[in-house]
Write a protein that binds this ligand. Structure first.
Ligand SMILES: Nc1nc2c(ncn2[C@@H]2O[C@H](COP(=O)(O)OP(=O)(O)OP(=O)(O)O)[C@@H](O)[C@H]2O)c(=O)[nH]1
Length: 392
């Protein structure tokens, strides 16, 4: 049998090193909000355990509230991790949980057995929610989610066992002092050591993964509209064109340019201009299929690659985008604002033998035509005719 004093000393050391490691990691990974909560949660648990060790001066129910509170802070961190941002309402939520737990543990303070059972039930509940939170995320590295689940499952099972022992086993039921109860909990201390090291290591790995995702996003996305940026689009479009070429399928490329955008900026300010760009990006995204590639090409210009689209489909798509967009209105300080878009497109049936840059060049020529023809219209590079002149 393992010596309980040794186990407690190792557990204390583990807790201190884990908390220290997480605090350092939270300072180094400031962008990842979750790790701050995880570090804070473990620190709160450490404070609770410290209070427990000076129970001669502090009522035991206070340390029970503090320890279980720490678990809820960890849960809050995992929620922030899932949402990829700081979630509002942390302070009110924690105040409510503290009050509720305070009431429960204060009411149960006369019974060590029921206090320990309540403590165990709360830990089991939080452990289950910790697992659910991570599974709700679509993390591609499934191994991470499984290890996280394994660690929290083990923690939940140990506390469930503890709950059941205090419910049914006379040896535990009759342990009337904290010292006596501690002696039958060697397994919990042992698990605590594994849990703390495993959990803090996983927190650091998850934070690193989150940072990598963020960097990838910054490298491939336009920050204002969240569409593909030019570089990412070119890479994806070249890949798609090679696939289309092999399959011998048609492909369309559309260049879309918001009309008189400079005038919008000048009259209503840059923030309204930004709003128009964001809403236009959402307007386009809503009309596309998963395989279509949409990119903010620069300024108020967007490019769209539609695999498998023939001339008729492309014409219909361009017209749909154009006609629906002119119905959008924006509320501004100077009243309602409506904008229009000009579109130039090119459609090839031979699997895009011309290559990406040739297609862009041709769509650009068609767009130039559309602008020359008075804007708010779509022009094809092949068949030089205006699809509609509505609103011109
Ligand atoms: N608000 C905002 N404006 C931008 C952004 N990027 C580029 N612009 C502005 O977009 C305007 C583009 O103006 P122009 O290229 O003259 O085109 P236009 O006014 O739309 O005229 P036509 O294309 O001929 O209809 C410029 O004033 C840029 O400052 C952005 O991210 N946000």
């Amino acid at each position: 049998m393992l010596d309980i004093t040794t186990l407690m000393a190792v557990l204390a050391l583990t807790t201190v090193t884990s908390v220290f490691g997480l605090l350092v990691a939270s300072v180094l990974n400031r962008q990842v909000v979750a790790i701050r909560y995880w570090a804070l949660g473990l620190s709160v648990i450490v404070c609770g355990v410290a209070l427990q060790s000076v129970r001669a001066y502090f009522p035991l129910w206070v340390s029970a509230v503090v320890i279980t509170q720490g678990y809820f802070v960890l849960l809050w961190g995992t929620r922030c991790y899932r949402l990829s941002r700081s979630s509002r309402g942390f302070v009110p939520a924690m105040v409510i949980i503290t009050l509720l737990q305070g009431l429960v543990f204060f009411a149960l303070q006369a019974s060590l057995r029921f206090s320990i059972m309540a403590h165990s039930a709360i830990v089991v509940l939080v452990a289950v929610l910790m697992i659910v939170e991570l599974w709700r995320m679509q993390i591609p590295q499934r191994a991470l989610v499984w290890v996280w689940s394994g660690i929290w499952c083990m923690h939940a099972l140990l506390y469930l066992r503890r709950f059941l022992l205090y419910q049914f086993d006379p040896a535990y039921i009759n342990a009337s002092t904290f010292e006596a109860a501690e002696k039958v909990e060697a397994l919990n201390y042992l698990e605590g050591i594994v849990f703390l090291y495993g959990f803090s290591l996983l927190c650091v790995i998850l934070a690193t993964r989150s940072l990598q995702e963020e960097l990838k996003l910054q490298a491939t996305r336009d920050p204002l509209t969240n569409l593909l940026n030019r570089r990412a689009f070119e890479e994806a479009a070249l890949r798609q064109l090679a696939i289309s070429r092999r399959a011998g399928e048609s492909v369309a490329l559309l260049l879309l340019d918001l009309d008189k955008f400079k005038a919008i900026n000048d009259a209503h300010g840059h923030s309204v201009g930004d709003e128009v760009l964001t809403v236009f990006a959402a307007h386009l995204t809503a009309q596309l299929r998963a395989q279509d590639l949409l990119c903010r090409f620069g300024g108020e210009e967007f490019v769209l690659l539609v695999p498998g689209a023939d001339s008729a489909k492309t014409e219909a798509l361009a017209e749909r985008i154009r006609s629906r967009w002119q119905k959008h209105t924006f509320k501004t300080l100077h009243g309602e604002l409506a904008t229009t878009v000009s579109i130039g497109y090119v459609c090839v049936n031979d699997g895009a033998e011309q290559g990406l840059y040739r297609l862009i060049e041709r769509a650009d020529q068609a767009l130039y035509e559309a602008k020359q023809q008075g804007r708010n219209c779509a022009r094809s590079w092949q068949v030089e005719r205006i699809l509609t002149t509505a609103g011109v």
